[in-house]
Ligand binder design. Structure first.
Ligand code: GRF
Length: 207
């Protein structure tokens, strides 16, 4: 049976595109069964429709509050029987209730070597700090900000003078490889959260 993945976005959706291109196989091992956006005007929604994947927008403004929006989003995802929720540029925090509902079944891609530079503007934070190495992290999502157990990380050198647009492009290149690889490992049961240690994953991926 297919491993059913939903992708949550807020913007351009290049990571969504990487998942669609590299993993999505209707009737195959991994299927992207839904794309949900926090904004109705997210460009990534068009990528979903071009791939024939159902999508919907869940803007907080269309619901009484964030908790209700997250409940509606959770119902939509459960209605699609998703095995994994992938946050791919989803720029909003999710309620503790939502995280609990999909415990151990949410991953996020973040443009830094966590735990360095969590939150917004991670690349800018890294440049302002003057670090020589930046990177990408894919991690399980817990109730904190970019704080869950790490699935995969990859570093890249940060040359100076640093031009943000150029760095973003290189970081995206890494993300577009790392995120699909992480989802593939999770789908194959080769990486999962360690129930005994919230900081760790159980894995047989030794590359
Ligand atoms: C990515 O850099 C991701 O790490 C961050 O938001 C960006 C989303 O880019 N969380 P895109 O929408 O996938 O192009």
């Amino acid at each position: 049976m297919a491993f059913r993945v939903a992708v949550l976005i807020s913007g351009t959706g290049t990571n969504l595109q990487a998942l669609l291109d590299q993993l999505h196989e209707p009737g195959g091992a991994i299927e992207i069964v839904g794309v949900a956006s926090s904004r109705a005007d997210a460009a990534g929604l068009e990528r979903a429709s071009a791939a024939g994947v159902e999508s919907a927008a869940f803007a907080i403004a269309d619901h009484p509050d964030r908790a209700e929006r997250d409940r509606a989003l959770g119902d939509w995802l459960e209605g699609r029987a998703v095995d994994l929720v992938v946050l791919a540029g989803f720029m909003e925090l999710l309620s503790a209730e939502f995280i609990g509902r999909f415990a151990g079944r949410i991953v996020n891609v973040h443009p830094s070597l966590l735990p360095a530079f969590p939150g917004l503007r991670a690349i800018e934070q890294a440049v302002e700090h003057g670090v020589k190495v930046i990177g990408v992290t894919v991690h399980f999502v817990d109730e904190g900000v970019d704080s869950g157990a790490i699935v995969l990380q990859e570093a890249l050198d940060l040359p100076y003078p640093a031009r943000i647009a150029e760095i973003e492009e290189r970081v995206h290149g890494v993300e577009h490889r790392l995120l699909p690889r992480a989802v593939r490992l999770i789908a194959a049961g080769r990486v999962r959260p360690d129930p005994a240690n919230p900081r760790a994953v159980l894995t047989d991926d030794v590359d």
